[in-house]
Structure formats: structure tokens, C-alpha cells
Design a protein around this ligand. Structure first.
Ligand SMILES: C[S@@+](CC[C@H](N)C(=O)[O-])C[C@H]1O[C@@H](n2cnc3c(N)ncnc32)[C@H](O)[C@@H]1O
Length: 213
């Protein structure tokens, strides 16, 4: 997946990827995407998907859900909109251009926020997480799926070593699970309820319900 750390560069990259993204990634990402969507749907109907891209995940949501998709790339969103129309995905209530680090939604608006194969592309992931936290209701979950590396896993040194090479060909190989779980612990408001296994992982961070006013 492309990794560029300037937003205009990111938009240019995805203007190109929009044309053939689904053909390459639809089958490859389906398992973690379905798992993440199921976890998000279990939290309640109002769900924000950040970095929704071409909307590969959108058909996986519960028809009773109310999903809003946000993405930096208008070109990717155009493909998503075509999917919504062609498949009559009535649960998709909106698709909007937005930066993960500056979400234009009111606080505590969503039951779940999911970000799939995007957190490793964001220059300041903690800032994106802080925004996800802001728009999430207490008791809800941030559900992330991505290529994530286990800390201390046997292959961790290997993935760190090949990170520059991976970046050169447009991939992220060394984003650690702990970057997410450390953020969750540091807030004092989240518990890590799930860390998946394998090459692509789903991580679920639950906002403590006792904070509800
Ligand atoms: C690898 S694609 C993943 C698309 C989709 N989530 C999926 O699982 O198929 C990454 C998407 O994240 C978007 N993206 C990258 N940086 C972003 C940011 N800062 N804010 C919002 N979206 C961003 C890109 O435009 C692209 O559509």
C-alpha cells in the first residue's frame, strides 16, 4: 500500500490507485475487513469508517447500521459512491472528504469508529486516534485493521530491517501493535479488548463506558 507522508502526495497516489485498487485488494483484505466490520456493528448502529477508500468494506455492514465514510481522496470516494448506488447500500448515510486528523463531526457522535488499512499511512497516528476518541461515544470501540507487527515477535527485527525497502516500494512493514495499545493505555480511558494474529491484524480499543455522563 502506498506510504507518503504529505497529504497532497497521498491524494495524488490514490487518484491513480482508485482505478485498480479493488482488483488487487478485494480478496486479499476481505478477512480482516469482515472481522473489523462485525466488531464495529456489534457496538451499535452509528459507525464512522475513516479512510473508507473505494468502499470495499461497505457491503459487509449490517443493513440496520448507519455508516458514514470519510476519506482524503475524492477519487477513491467516487468509486465508493458508485458501489453504494450499484449495490443499493442504503445503510451508507454519507461519504465525505476529510482528513483523519481533523474530523468534522460533533463529539461522541458514533457507536464505533473503524479505520482499515489507513492508520499506517497517517503522518501522526496518535492525532488521528485522538480524533477518533473525540467522536466516539463512551462504551464504543475504535476498530483498526492493518498490517501490524507484534512487538517482540520473532520476525519483528526482520520487519524493522526491511522497513526502508518496503517504504521505497510503497508499503508499510514496521508499524507496531504497541503504537496503538500504548496510546490506549496512556489515555486512561481505553482498554485493549482484542489484538488479532497473523499478517493483517484487527485491534479493538474500547472506550470505558463508566465515563458516560
Ligand atoms: C489502503 S487504502 C484503504 C481503503 C479501505 N479502508 C480499505 O480497507 O480498502 C487507504 C485509504 O486511506 C485514505 N487516507 C490516507 N490518509 C488519510 C487521511 N489522513 N485521512 C483520511 N483518509 C486517508 C486514502 O485516501 C485511501 O483511500
Amino acid at each position: 500500500m502506498p506510504v507518503t507522508y504529505d497529504l497532497d502526495g497521498q491524494k495524488r497516489v490514490y487518484a491513480t490507485w482508485a482505478k485498480f485498487y479493488d482488483r488487487i485488494y478485494q480478496r486479499m483484505l476481505a478477512r480482516p475487513q469482515r472481522e473489523a466490520v462485525a466488531a464495529a456493528c456489534a457496538c451499535g448502529p452509528d459507525i464512522l469508517e475513516i479512510g473508507v477508500g473505494t468502499g470495499l468494506t461497505l457491503p459487509y455492514f449490517d443493513p440496520a447500521s448507519r455508516v458514514v465514510g470519510a476519506d482524503l481522496s475524492l477519487d477513491m470516494l467516487r468509486v465508493a459512491q458508485r458501489k453504494v448506488t450499484a449495490q443499493n447500500l442504503a445503510h451508507v448515510r454519507g461519504l465525505t472528504v476529510m482528513d483523519a486528523c481533523r474530523l468534522g463531526f460533533s463529539s461522541e457522535r458514533f457507536d464505533a469508529v473503524t479505520a482499515q488499512f489507513v492508520i499506517t499511512l497517517v503522518p501522526q497516528p496518535e492525532q488521528a486516534l485522538a480524533e477518533m476518541d473525540r467522536v466516539l461515544k463512551p462504551g464504543g470501540e475504535i476498530v483498526i485493521s492493518s498490517r501490524l507487527v507484534d512487538d517482540g515477535g520473532l520476525l519483528a527485527p526482520f520487519w524493522a530491517a526491511v522497513a526502508p525497502l518496503a517504504k521505497a516500494v510503497g508499503w508499510s512493514s514496521d508499524f507496531k501493535v504497541s503504537r496503538l495499545t500504548n496510546w490506549a493505555s496512556a489515555t486512561g480511558r481505553y482498554e485493549t479488548v482484542h489484538v488479532g494474529r497473523g499478517y493483517f491484524k484487527v485491534v479493538r480499543l474500547r472506550k470505558l463506558a463508566s465515563l458516560a455522563s
